[in-house]
Design a protein around this ligand. Structure first.
Ligand code: COA
Length: 332
């Protein structure tokens, strides 16, 4: 049976920065409040003519180049996004594939919100281990500014735009292989975090009502509590299931939603500050893009070396959650 190895990482952040001072001029908030409650100082905002697929393409180009794999050999691309170029169709994955000039790969999007990257990693692993695919490009890309209500101080301070991508390919060497991935969901918490518009479940009396409901809506405080509980349990479960201890983890890469959530989980697991990867201060919450953007950050800072063990942990709308134990296994 072939194993699946994480070969490379890449990311893209749009140039425009929206900082806390600028947000304070838009809604009733302050740099002090946002920093204390979330740890976020600034986030990136895509240009109007810059789509989710464009950001995904930039991240994917880096991931493909760093993988050393010929793009013509990529036989599948999966994109995790809750802010696709177009709702329903075509998928953002097909658009990214075409912009990259890939050769007719299997291509589809998945919707697992902030857990999206862990889900697409598990899909890549499953397809490779079953022998159905050999070289899979996974992309988490979000233009959350397009679905954010900039009059709602409870949400607009949190979210930003960006993309991350990785190449996963088959290997016979077990030491390179993704060790384990756990994923789960509980739809009974659906109303904590949702965009009520646009699907067959949305019924509106007026166009104004419909337009307003295409934005993300969140019960922040309840989401916070479930997030801490779920993220901690998730990590305990995957470590125990694989007989791995917290100190064996080189880089803990949690979904970047809120510094206080990350700190609470890190403390509960007795992880040191050096182990915990943090980017939430610079990018805010970029949903499906947040984990690959964070892995890319340590890669570009020269802190991520071949063979080092990554522990990924995510939580998001749905509710969905997931964790993964992944050695970084570039070919060179
Ligand atoms: N600026 C100033 N005050 C704000 C504010 C803002 N941006 N947003 C909310 N407030 C106010 C509230 O209105 C409330 O005021 P009140 O006490 O007069 O009613 C007060 O601050 C406390 O609100 P609360 O929602 O309890 O704050 P909180 O400590 O839970 O922080 C979040 C709010 C959104 C930062 C926090 O709940 C959070 O991060 N939740 C999880 C979000 C998340 O991770 N989502 C994605 C999951 S993938």
């Amino acid at each position: 049976m072939p194993y699946a190895a994480l070969r490379s990482i890449g990311a893209y952040a749009p140039q425009k920065i929206l900082n806390n001072e600028e947000l304070s001029a838009m809604v009733d908030t302050s740099d002090d409040w946002i920093t204390k409650r979330t740890g976020i100082k600034e986030r990136r905002i895509a240009r109007e003519d810059e789509y989710t697929s464009d950001m995904g393409v930039e991240a994917a180009k880096k991931a493909i180049e760093r993988s050393g794999i010929d793009k013509d050999e990529i036989d599948m691309i999966v994109c995790a996004t809750i802010s696709p170029d177009y709702f329903c169709m075509p998928s953002t994955a097909t658009i990214i594939a075409t912009k990259l000039g890939l050769k007719n790969p299997t291509a589809f999007d998945i919707s697992a919100a902030c857990t999206g990257f862990v889900y697409i990693l598990s899909i890549a692993k499953a397809f490779i281990e079953s022998g159905m695919k050999k070289k899979v490009l996974i992309v988490g890309a979000e233009k959350l500014s397009a679905i954010t209500d900039y009059t709602d101080r409870g949400t607009c301070i949190l979210f930003g735009d960006g993309a991350g991508a990785a190449v996963v390919s088959a290997t016979d060497d077990k030491s390179e292989a993704i060790i384990d991935i756990h994923t789960g969901s509980d739809g009974s918490f659906a109303d904590l975090l949702m965009t009520p518009n646009g699907g067959s479940g949305s019924a509106h009396d007026s166009l104004e009502q419909e337009a307003a409901s295409c934005f993300m809506q969140m019960k922040g405080n309840e989401t916070f509590k479930v997030a801490v509980r779920t993220l901690t349990k998730d990590v305990v479960d995957i470590l125990e299931a694989n007989g791995i201890k917290g100190e064996d983890i080189k880089h803990f890469v949690p979904h970047q939603a809120n510094y206080r959530i990350i700190k609470a989980v890190g403390d509960a697991l007795k992880l040191s500050d050096e182990q915990v990867v943090l980017t939430v201060h610079k990018y805010g919450n970029t949903s499906g893009a947040s984990i690959p953007m964070a892995i890319n950050e340590i890669y570009e800072d020269g802190k991520l070396k071949k063979g080092e063990l990554l522990l990924l942990d995510a939580f998001g709308g749905g509710l969905t959650w997931g964790s993964a134990l992944v050695p970084f296994s570039p070919k060179n």
